[in-house]
Design a protein around this ligand. Structure first.
Ligand code: PBG
Length: 337
C-alpha cells in the first residue's frame, strides 16, 4: 500500500523545518531574537499638582501623574531594570498659547519632573520631547503664524527649550516636531551650553498617523488641534522619503533614530537599521496600545501574548528598543519568568 509519507519525502527530500521546532529546548536553542527589560523605554504622562494619579480612559492601565508620583513610578521602573523613561506633560490650559511659550519656562512641568526624577533615581535615563504641542493653544508641534507652522522660528525655539531640558537633567533630547534642520540646531545649542554629553534621539520618521488619538486625549490636545499635521509629518504612503528624512538627521548629528508609529511601520525600522546602523527605536504609540487593550478586554485576543509578540516583532525588524506603554507590564512579566 502506498504510504503518504513517501510522497512528502519525495517533495521535501531531507529538508524538514519541523526538526528544529520539535521541543521546547530546540525552539529555545534556535530562537533568533529575545525581548529583555533592557529594550524598554516607558513613556509617562505628567500633570501639575501633588499626590494625583488619574487614569486616561482611552488608554486603560495608563495614568497621568503629578511629579511626586512620577518619581515613585521612576523608582519602581528602575527597580525592575527599565533603562529609561520618556516624559510628556499635560499642562494647564491657561499656560498654553500661540507660540508654546511655556516650553521656554525653566521650571515648567517637564523640567520639574526631570530634575526630581534625576535627583531621586539617578540611574534611570530621562528622555524629553521638545515638540511644542503640549504647550500650544492650537495643539500643533510648532509655532502657528496665520495658517502656517513656521519652520525656522520653531527650530530656534525648540533648540532653546532643549537647553533648558538638558539643564534640568534630561539625558536625551527627543525632538518629535519634524521641523527641518532641528537636529543640527539642537546639537549646536546643546554643545554651546556645555551639554556635549546629552544625546539626541531623533523622531526621524514620524508619520502623519491616525494612531495618535489616545495620546492627544492624554495631554488634552485632541480638542485643540486645528487641521492636521500633514505639512510636517511624513505621509504614511512614503518609505523612501522617510529614509531620506532620517539621513538628514544622521548627518546633523542624531545619536539614535526612532520610527513612529511602530507596528504598521516595521519596514521602516528595518530600512533605517540597514541604511544607518544607528541605535534604532520604535514607538508603539497610544492607538496601538489601545487596540490591544480593547480587544483583550473583550476577550477577543490574549492581551499578554499579543503584547509580547508585537514587542518581539520590533526586535526582529531590527529595533534596539521600544517605547511602549506596556513597559511596566512587560518588565514585571519578564521578572517572573
Ligand atoms: C507630538 C506627539 C505625538 C505623540 C507624542 N508626541 C503625536 C501627535 O500628537 O501628533 C504620540 C504618542 C502616542 O500616540 O503614543 N509631538
Amino acid at each position: 500500500m502506498e504510504n503518504k509519507t513517501h510522497l512528502v519525502d519525495e517533495i521535501t527530500g531531507h529538508r524538514r523545518m519541523r526538526r528544529n521546532r520539535k521541543a521546547d529546548w530546540t525552539r529555545r536553542l534556535v530562537q533568533e531574537n529575545r525581548l529583555t527589560v533592557d529594550d524598554l523605554i516607558w513613556p509617562i504622562f505628567l500633570i501639575p499638582g501633588t499626590g494625583i494619579v488619574e487614569p486616561i480612559p482611552a488608554m486603560p492601565g495608563v495614568n497621568r501623574m503629578t511629579v511626586d508620583k512620577a518619581v515613585e513610578a521612576a523608582k519602581e521602573a528602575a527597580d525592575l531594570g527599565i533603562p529609561a523613561l520618556a516624559t510628556f506633560p499635560n499642562i494647564e490650559m491657561e499656560l498654553r498659547d500661540e507660540t508654546g511659550s511655556n516650553s521656554l519656562e525653566k521650571n515648567n512641568l517637564i523640567n520639574l519632573a526631570s530634575a526630581a526624577i534625576k535627583k531621586a533615581v539617578p540611574n534611570i535615563g530621562v528622555i524629553t520631547d521638545v515638540a511644542l504641542d503640549p504647550f500650544t493653544s492650537h495643539g500643533h508641534d510648532g509655532i502657528l503664524r496665520g495658517s502656517e507652522i513656521v519652520n525656522d522660528e520653531t527650530v530656534e525655539q525648540v533648540a532653546r527649550a532643549a537647553v533648558y531640558q538638558a539643564d534640568a537633567g534630561a539625558d536625551i533630547i527627543a525632538p518629535s516636531e519634524m521641523m527641518d534642520g532641528r537636529i543640527g540646531a539642537i546639537r549646536q545649542a546643546l554643545d554651546a551650553a556645555g551639554h556635549q554629553g546629552v544625546g539626541i534621539m531623533s523622531y526621524a520618521t514620524k508619520f502623519s498617523s491616525a494612531f495618535y488619538g489616545p495620546y492627544r486625549e492624554a495631554i488634552s490636545t485632541g480638542g485643540l488641534l486645528k487641521g492636521d499635521k500633514k505639512t510636517y509629518y511624513i505621509d504614511p504612503a512614503n518609505g523612501t522619503e522617510a529614509v531620506r528624512d532620517a539621513a538628514l538627521d544622521v548627518e546633523e548629528g542624531a545619536d539614535m533614530l526612532m520610527v513612529k508609529p511602530g507596528l504598521p511601520y516595521l519596514d521602516i525600522c528595518w530600512r533605517l537599521k540597514e541604511a544607518f546602523g544607528l541605535p534604532t527605536f520604535a514607538y508603539q504609540v497610544s492607538g496601538e496600545y489601545a487596540m490591544i487593550k480593547a480587544a483583550a478586554a473583550n476577550g477577543w485576543i490574549d492581551g499578554d501574548r499579543v503584547m509580547l509578540e508585537t514587542l518581539l516583532a520590533f526586535k526582529r525588524a531590527g529595533c534596539d528598543g521600544i517605547l511602549t506603554y506596556f513597559a511596566m507590564d512587560v518588565a514585571r512579566h519578564l521578572a517572573k519568568k
